[in-house]
Design a protein around this ligand. Structure first.
Ligand code: AHN
Ligand code: ZN
Length: 326
C-alpha cells in the first residue's frame, strides 16, 4: 500500500516536472532570436527580375534571369541543382524549362521547403489592352522569388542559424496555361496546362526520394493591401501548417494580412507537390473568397507600381519566424 502511494507521488512529480519543462520550452521559444527580414532588399530583388524583362520560357530574358538566380544562391554558399526538361504547352509549343533547387544547411535532416515560380505569363489575357504582350509579373512571379532570395540572404549572412535546414525551389512554367478567352466550359480537365515545372518535379524530384517536413509556396505576396486567406488545398493537405503560420503572423502583428478565413481551392504549384510528391505544402497566395484574384492578375497592372514593402515584410517576417521556431 505504502509503495503504491510512493509510485503515485513519483508519478505526480514526473508529470509536474514534464510540465515545467514544457513551460521552459515555451519561454525559450519566445526568446528565440529571429534575424531581420529586409523588405527593401526583397523589393530590390523583384526590381532586378522585372529589369530583365518578362521571364517567358524560350526567351533570352528567361535565360538571363535563370543565370542570375543560380548565381545568387551560389553567392549565398548554397549548392544549386538545375533541373532542365522539355514539355509541350497547351498550344503545342515545345518549352525548355528549368526548375532551380538550392539547399541551406544540407546536413540537417528536418527540412522546410520554400517554393515560388520564377517564370512570368506570356500574355496579358485578362487585360483590355495589349493582351498579346507578356506582363512584367512583378507580383505574379517576381514577389515570391524576391521574398525567397531575401530569406536565403538572411540565412547566409545573419549569423543566426535555425535548427532546421531550408530548401528552396523555384518552379518554371507555372504561368503558361491557356488564355482566359479560349477557356471552354467543356474543356478537357484530364490535363492541366498550368504549373508545368511543379508537375514535372513532383513526378521526377531532382533527388530520388526527396522529402521535407513541410513546404510553403509563395505566390503573389507583394501587392499593396494584399490579403492571404487559408486556401482550400492547403487546408486539406497541411492544415496544421496553415494554422501555425497564420498564428505566427498574428503574433507578429501581421494579422491584417492573414485573415482567419478560408478561401476555396486553387490550382497552383502546391497541388502537385501535395498530391504527387506527397509533401504537405501550403500556399500563401492572394486569392479572395469574395472576388478571387486581384484585379491586376494577368494584366499589365502587375508591375512594380503594385509592389508594397509592407506586404513583403509581413510575409517575409512570418516565414522567417516560422523557420526559426521549428
Ligand atoms: C488558376 O488560374 C486557377 N491557377 C493559376 C494560379 C496562378 C496563376 N498563380 C499565379 N498565376
Ligand atoms: Zn499567373
Amino acid at each position: 500500500m505504502k509503495n503504491n502511494w510512493i509510485i503515485v507521488i513519483l508519478l505526480a512529480m514526473l508529470i509536474s516536472c514534464g510540465q515545467e519543462q514544457t513551460e521552459e520550452q515555451v519561454a525559450e521559444e519566445e526568446l528565440r532570436e529571429v534575424p531581420e527580414f529586409n523588405a527593401d532588399s526583397a523589393y530590390s530583388f523583384i526590381q532586378k527580375q522585372v529589369d530583365f524583362g518578362p521571364r517567358v520560357p524560350n526567351t533570352e530574358e528567361h535565360q538571363a534571369t535563370k543565370r542570375w538566380l543560380v548565381e545568387k544562391f551560389e553567392t549565398y554558399g548554397m549548392t544549386v541543382t538545375e533541373q532542365d526538361f522539355e514539355t509541350k504547352a497547351y498550344d503545342g509549343t515545345n518549352l525548355k524549362l528549368t526548375n532551380i533547387f538550392a539547399a541551406y544547411k544540407p546536413e540537417a535532416s528536418k527540412r522546410i521547403l520554400l517554393a515560388a515560380h520564377w517564370d512570368t505569363r506570356h500574355m496579358a489575357d485578362k487585360d483590355t489592352d495589349a493582351i498579346d504582350q507578356p506582363i512584367d509579373g512583378a507580383n505574379d512571379g517576381g514577389s515570391g522569388v524576391g521574398v525567397i532570395l531575401e530569406i536565403a540572404r538572411v540565412l547566409a549572412t545573419s549569423g543566426l542559424e535555425p535548427e532546421v535546414g531550408v530548401d528552396f525551389i523555384l518552379f518554371d512554367g507555372e504561368d503558361y496555361g491557356e488564355p482566359e478567352q479560349t477557356k471552354p466550359s467543356d474543356r478537357n480537365h484530364s490535363q492541366i496546362w498550368w504549373a508545368l515545372g511543379s508537375q514535372h518535379w513532383s513526378k521526377n524530384p531532382h533527388e530520388p526520394g526527396y522529402s521535407a517536413y513541410y513546404g510553403i509556396l509563395l505566390d503573389m505576396v507583394g501587392a499593396k493591401g494584399a490579403r492571404f486567406y487559408r486556401e482550400g488545398y492547403s487546408m486539406q493537405y497541411a492544415r496544421n501548417t496553415v494554422q501555425k503560420v497564420w498564428r505566427n503572423a498574428h503574433r507578429l502583428g501581421h494579422g491584417d494580412f492573414f485573415p482567419m478565413r478560408d478561401s476555396h481551392e486553387i490550382i497552383d504549384d502546391h497541388v502537385f507537390v501535395n498530391q504527387v510528391a506527397n509533401i504537405p505544402m501550403i500556399d500563401i497566395v492572394e486569392y479572395s473568397p469574395d472576388y478571387g484574384f486581384g484585379k491586376y492578375h494577368h494584366t499589365h497592372q502587375d508591375s512594380m507600381d503594385l509592389i508594397d514593402q509592407r506586404t513583403l515584410k509581413a510575409v517575409g517576417e512570418t516565414v522567417l519566424y516560422t523557420i526559426f521556431h521549428e
